[in-house]
Design a protein. Structure first.
Length: 56
């Protein structure tokens, strides 16, 4: 997920981001300029993780 820090709703998103940080379901990766970038953390149970099949 990508969040634009210049958004009018950025303050509201910060509360959601704080909740995610405590739950451990997502992690912040390197941002870019005015963007905060997050990715989902893999679950311990492989049946929970889903990947779309690659096109050939």
């Amino acid at each position: 997920m990508v969040f634009y820090t210049g958004s009018y709703a950025c303050a509201q998103a910060e509360t959601i981001i704080a909740e995610w940080a405590t739950s451990g379901s997502v992690e912040e990766i390197e941002g870019f300029k005015s963007l905060r970038v997050f990715r989902k953390v893999a679950a311990d149970d492989p049946s929970v993780n889903f990947a779309w099949p690659r096109r050939r």
